[in-house]
Design a protein around this ligand. Structure first.
Ligand SMILES: Cc1cc2nc3c(=O)[nH]c(=O)nc-3n(C[C@H](O)[C@H](O)[C@H](O)COP(=O)(O)OP(=O)(O)OC[C@H]3O[C@@H](n4cnc5c(N)ncnc54)[C@H](O)[C@@H]3O)c2cc1C
Length: 427
């Protein structure tokens, strides 16, 4: 086993101003020592936390290492495969406002529009019928299926575009299949990012300020002193096993977090998504749709559909109960689930039906098994948790990350009141 790769010599420490519940224990351990912070997990929560820690005034005294279990880099789980909606109307309310404001600031400061597809977007609830599509042997081509002409011709006279509430520029869903459309939020209350690009940008920006990253490195055990102070993290990578000294460990391992903290009430829900590149001749106005599509013989399906500024459209389906694999790289994609998703979105839109399917993917959403969440805060001396963000982790990452950076380096969360999200409220 390799040992103590990142131990640092003594220097002045910001930890001397810490005032947390655990501060006396922590201060005795670290007032005169440099901080070595380990972030476990390179999803959006881990990478954004790294970004905020490296921007904190006390960072100069710290070494930060991020461990990511995937061999393919950061954002291989939910954070790279999410829709990317950022909303003022997300939940929980404690973290939403600070997160939204931080998203706006980050986009302004780092050119988010070009770098991670930041833009404000309209969001609406769409209800209507889906056209039945022809069956083809290769489900991979389903997004390019032609609809049966007989159903295509069947229109329901359910009123005019205005009566149905359809905006003038929302022409990529079929008007004659639409029963109703209603905006879900006021203008300016919803934005979007490309979640993979946002997450990897956060990581790159943190690396520019000194973050160390170990890819293909899975934390296997947290090690504590007799006073319950965290002392190191054991890990496995392609060269074997090792250990890194730590004064502080932040667990951002999404659905895998309970592997390191037994009893942590987090579980994973698998969900599938697809990315379709739409024909360049058919521009897609910026809308996110929460749909309810009724298709004869196929019941009601509710895919979410996200137009993206890069000419693609992302769509995701419901969750299932597939068990969590050991590593994010081993998540299994069920081709039938993707096929159903493609069939559903193609059944209401020529643009989606005629597009090229670029991605069929699946990932695990980290969910609190006791309700509520996310869980954000300090568990014990030197141990912090930031996970369980359910369907709002992209939106709520900056607020979570800012709060954790304050907690670790100031000893107190200043940007929001997150008492109701602290670990002791959950287990
Ligand atoms: C279909 C779908 C659509 C979504 N759409 C949206 C949306 O529009 N807006 C929104 O706000 N949210 C959305 N979400 C939710 C969002 O994706 C998640 O809340 C968020 O990505 C969780 O981020 P995370 O960093 O906690 O977890 P993850 O992205 O799962 O990252 C955890 C990382 O930890 C790593 N890891 C695990 N164990 C270890 C270990 N022992 N050692 C080292 N590394 C480890 C994993 O490999 C992984 O990379 C969506 C989710 C899904 C599934």
């Amino acid at each position: 086993m390799k040992s103590d790769e990142h131990a640092k010599g003594p220097s002045l420490s910001c930890s001397s101003i810490r005032t947390s519940t655990f501060s006396s224990t922590l201060m005795s351990a670290s007032t005169h020592a440099a901080r070595h912070i380990i972030i476990v997990g390179g999803g959006i929560i881990g990478c954004t936390t790294a970004y905020y820690l490296t921007r904190h005034p006390c960072f100069h005294n710290s070494t930060i290492t991020l461990l990511e279990a995937s061999h393919h880099g950061a954002a291989q789980g939910a954070s790279g495969k999410a829709g990317g909606l950022v909303a003022r109307w997300a939940y929980p309310k404690e973290i939403v406002d600070v997160s939204f404001e931080e998203h706006v600031k980050l986009a302004k400061e780092h050119g988010g529009q070009d770098r991670w597809g930041w833009r404000f977007v309209d969001v609406g609830s769409w209800e209507g019928r889906g056209e039945v599509l022809e069956q083809e042997e290769d489900p991979g081509n389903l997004a390019r299926k032609k609809s049966l002409e007989k159903t295509r011709g069947l229109t329901v006279d359910s009123g005019t575009r205005t009566q149905k509430g359809l905006p003038d520029d929302l022409i990529w869903v079929k008007e004659h299949l639409t029963e109703s459309y209603s905006p879900m939020a006021r203008s300016g209350a919803t934005a979007q990012v490309h979640p993979y690009l946002f997450t990897t940008s956060m990581l790159e920006l943190a690396k520019e300020k000194g973050l160390q990253v170990k890819i293909g490195c899975a934390a296997t055990k947290l090690v504590y002193s007799s006073t319950n102070q965290i002392t190191s993290v054991e890990y496995k990578d392609s060269t074997g096993s090792g250990s890194i000294t730590a004064t502080d460990v932040i667990i951002c391992a999404g659905a895998w977090s309970p592997n390191l903290i037994p009893g942590l009430p987090i579980e994973g829900t698998r969900a599938h998504s697809v990315v379709i590149r739409t024909p360049p001749t058919k521009p897609i106005a910026p809308y996110v749709l929460f749909t309810e599509i009724t298709c004869i013989g196929q019941g009601v399906n509710t895919p979410e559909i996200y137009a993206r500024p890069d000419g693609t459209v992302y769509a995701c389906g419901p969750g299932d109960e597939s068990p969590l694999p050991d590593n994010v790289d081993d998540v299994v994609v069920d081709s039938t689930a993707c096929q159903v998703l493609l069939r559903n979105v193609s059944s209401i839109s020529d643009q989606l039906r005629d597009g090229e399917v670029e991605k069929r993917q699946a990932c695990f959403l980290p969910v609190s098994s006791v309700g509520g969440g996310p869980i954000i805060g300090q568990r014990s001396p030197g141990l912090y948790i930031a996970t369980g963000h359910t369907c709002w982790g992209i939106s709520n990452a900056p607020g979570t990350a800012k709060a954790i950076s304050e907690l670790v380096l100031d000893g107190k969360i200043r940007c929001a009141n997150l008492k109701s999200l602290q670990p002791s409220k959950f287990f």
